[in-house]
Design a protein. Structure first.
Length: 337
């Protein structure tokens, strides 16, 4: 077993320049400090001091300095934080690819779903994400125009954080169902998964954008994409925004829920999906049950794993050398003054 991996890099490589101080200190010791130390030695031998036989202590007199230099070098390396570069690993999981296309128009602030349609839809969507850990999921939002908030990903923590930031007013108001659907199709069509799904949530009628919902659904068919549509809102009257003040606050009143169920049923039926009317959270669970029945495919990804820190072995070895140096200096090589 190798003590260290082959590919090591340093978080603070500039600190390695300090290693140049170690040989400088050693040279100063050997060529100046050692030869200028004063010492007094009493002996009774007739031999001259230079002719005395070299003892083991004499041979090891420089050992403490060498140990200190080695310990200093290891501490510098440890401070530079050596890390393993093997941070990519191949992951193979079974799942399907799902794009969520969510309406964020002003009418999604209607309060027939608590606290409102948009927040309720976001909360249920996050529960859905938690329930499908092996699937890649992405997010498209739309109102008067459409925008990709998150491409397909298996990093569900990031996706849920993005959901938290989604709110009405991020895009021009309106209900461009066709654009929201077309954007989702473009994001998922190149997926290699056998099962590709788009879940479209809206509470209105297509009244913006230059792409009709039917045309977007036609574009999804050649790619084998199933579209599940959800009409969000209760049947009848709902307490909804009807105007907006200059300060950005909405004026609410009771209005008739107007969802184009015929179009939503049509675009889901064209692709082998289903339409659901989400008057509460139970309606959404039916979609999850349907998706669970779909054939799963193998998804290959490369995940960035946590970096491996390798400073500890260097720091530990430096400590061991300092302990040895202290022990030897205070016992076998102790100098008498």
């Amino acid at each position: 077993m190798k003590w260290l991996p082959d590919d090591i890099y340093f978080a603070y490589p500039q600190l390695l320049w300090l290693l140049l101080l170690v040989p400088a200190i050693m040279l100063a010791y050997f060529f100046y400090l050692r030869d200028h130390r004063s010492a007094t030695m009493l002996h009774t031998s007739h031999a001259k001091p230079g002719e005395l036989p070299a003892t083991l202590k004499t041979k090891l007199r420089d050992l403490p300095v060498i140990l200190r230099a080695a310990a200093l070098s290891l501490m510098i390396i440890a401070m530079a934080r050596p890390q393993s570069k093997k941070s990519w690993q191949d992951i193979q999981t079974e799942g399907i690819d799902i794009m969520l296309s969510m309406d964020i128009s002003a009418s999604m602030l209607a309060q027939d779903l608590k606290p409102n349609r948009l927040d309720a839809s976001k909360e249920v969507a996050k529960e859905f994400i938690d329930a499908r850990p092996d699937d890649r999921i992405g997010l498209v939002i739309f109102s008067g125009e459409s925008f990709t908030q998150c491409p397909l990903t298996s990093d569900h923590a990031v996706l849920k954080n993005i959901f938290t930031e989604v709110k009405t007013g991020m895009l021009a108001d309106g209900t461009a169902i066709g654009l929201g659907l077309a954007n989702a199709v473009s994001r998922i069509k190149s997926s290699k998964a056998k099962s590709k799904v788009i879940i479209l949530l809206t509470d209105g009628v297509n009244n913006a954008g230059n792409i009709s919902p039917s045309l977007a659904a036609e574009a999804a068919k050649p790619w084998g994409i199933r579209i599940y549509t959800i009409g969000v809102g209760t049947r009848g009257m709902a307490y909804s925004p009807v105007a907006i003040y200059p300060n950005g606050e909405y004026v609410y009143d009771y209005v008739q829920c107007d969802i184009d169920e015929a179009t939503l049923k049509s675009i889901s039926g064209m692709t082998g999906g289903k339409y659901f009317r989400a008057t509460n959270r139970q309606s959404l669970k039916k979609i999850y049950e349907e998706i669970d029945k779909m054939e799963k495919s193998i998804v290959y990804e490369r995940h960035f794993s946590k970096k491996s820190e390798w400073f500890f072995p260097f720091a530990l070895l430096a400590l061991i050398l300092l302990i040895i140096e202290f022990t030897v200096s205070k016992t076998y090589l102790r100098s008498l003054t």
